[in-house]
Design a protein around this ligand. Structure first.
Ligand SMILES: *Cc1c(COP(=O)(O)O)cnc(C)c1O
Length: 423
């Protein structure tokens, strides 16, 4: 193990499977306990008045708040958070990481850190509902305008969005969600990062490029390697993996993550000790769970594609060879993941009849848990989205989204097969 708990993945020479289990923890720091204890203290005692002064100096004047400084108060930093952040950084191949109380807490901190009244922001489409709500609600109220990129694989489309945005004000942020949910639309991260450099020549500052990596997660996509400045992940999904916690991660360079971590302290959206500990535990089996869920998903996607009552399956593994999306997918993604949508031959009535017959799949929103989930997008996750926009993002009354878990694939296929007999 590396001496430096924040040293990058390459520096360790170890595989993610190994790093996920033990990276950054030294049993000698806790009575020889093989597993890290949960430290619930809200505040930390100074050994002397002089030490207190030095601790505050290190925190406020250091390169990245709280990264190397001793503990002061748990909203700033605490032992479980520090250990979790070290492990998140190493899994993303990042220099530094910050953990938040939810994915949305990480996204809002990034937006508040990089956007000010008068700025514009470019974003891929469709966006996660919460991100869309934040940009077009409270941030619009602060005079920040959001501009969608129609096709994030086409430089022309990006240029067109930027021209419109620049008429409103400087572009502070380019926010990418790829693959997008539920369309599985792909954005070319490297192209957008290079484009940010071009925009930088036309205004005071290069826009910051952030990528919401929730849909594939750390093991299947590394946005920082493709030129993104910040990688955001909802840990609620694959990393947490058991549908029993909420959390968010931000990774990037010390220079990028440090100031946002300072902002987190002011917003009070750090991750608490128990959730941090739960996540450390979850991360140990992350590679195992991911491999099983991805294999299950490939089996189920193939079963659905060949089923006479299924109209279409939007699974990344089925992207057409030779298409622009496929080329970027092959370069950018390590696999198709385990969440995808499909459309049955029928409408709401047939979809509901099928859903109500499922015995193994649970009907719920969210994704990335050990259990398989399914939901009728139009009446749940996309309930608030107007029908014309819903159609644009490929969601109609026949659309179902599934998040495939780690159960036995034969049981999952059998459950879907008997449910599809409902109509
Ligand atoms: C769930 C999700 C989020 C928000 O994460 P929370 O942990 O629920 O706040 C953001 N982006 C995507 C793509 C998501 O799926």
């Amino acid at each position: 193990m590396s001496d430096n708990p924040l040293e990058g993945h390459e520096g360790t020479g170890l595989h993610p499977d190994t790093l996920a289990v033990g990276f950054g923890y030294d049993p000698a720091s806790a009575y020889g306990a093989v597993k890290p204890p949960i430290v619930l203290s809200s505040t930390f005692a100074y050994p002397s008045a002089q030490a207190a002064k030095e601790v505050h100096q290190a925190y406020f004047d250091g390169p990245s708040p709280e990264r190397d400084a001793p503990y002061i108060y748990a909203r700033l930093d605490h032992p479980n958070l520090k250990l979790l952040q070290a492990r998140l950084a190493v899994l993303d191949g990042a220099e530094d990481a910050a953990a938040f109380s939810s994915g949305m807490a990480a996204i809002s901190a990034v937006m508040l850190a990089h956007l000010k009244p008068g700025d514009s922001v470019l974003h891929t489409t469709p966006l996660y509902g919460g991100t869309h709500g934040l940009l077009y609600g409270p941030l619009a109220g602060l005079g920040i305008r959001a501009f969608p990129i129609a096709d994030a694989l086409s430089e022309k489309s990006v240029e067109a969005a930027a021209e419109t945005a620049l008429k409103h004000g400087p572009i502070g942020l380019i926010h990418i969600e790829s693959p997008a949910n539920p369309t599985a639309g792909i954005a070319d991260i490297a192209m957008l990062a290079a484009f940010a450099g071009e925009v930088g020549k036309r205004q005071d500052k290069r826009p910051v490029v952030s990528v919401d990596n929730t849909f594939l997660g750390s093991l299947l996509q590394k946005p920082l390697k493709h030129g993104a400045d910040l990688c955001i992940t909802s840990l609620t999904k694959y990393a947490g993996g058991h549908s029993d916690l909420l959390g968010g991660a931000l990774t990037g360079s010390v220079a990028r993550v440090g100031p946002i971590r300072m902002l987190r302290t002011l917003l009070g959206t750090h991750m608490d000790p128990f959730t941090s500990w739960l996540l450390l535990r979850s991360l140990e089996t992350f590679p195992l769970r991911n491999a099983r869920a991805n294999a299950n998903a490939a089996t189920i996607a193939a079963f659905l594609r060949d089923h006479p009552k299924v109209e279409a399956v939007t699974y990344l593994g089925f992207l057409a060879e030779g298409s622009p999306a496929r080329a970027v997918y092959d370069r950018q993604c390590g696999g198709a993941g385990s969440t995808f949508s499909f459309r049955i031959r029928g409408g709401e009535r047939q979809a509901f009849a099928m859903l109500d017959r499922l015995k193994v799949f649970r009907m719920a929103v969210s994704l990335g848990g050990t259990e398989s989930l399914i939901c009728h997008s139009a009446t749940t996750t996309h309930y608030l989205v107007p029908p014309d926009i819903r159609r644009e993002v490929g969601v109609d009354d026949s659309s179902l989204r599934i998040s495939v878990g780690i159960e036995h694939p034969d049981d999952l296929v059998a459950d879907l097969a008997q449910a599809l007999d409902a109509f």
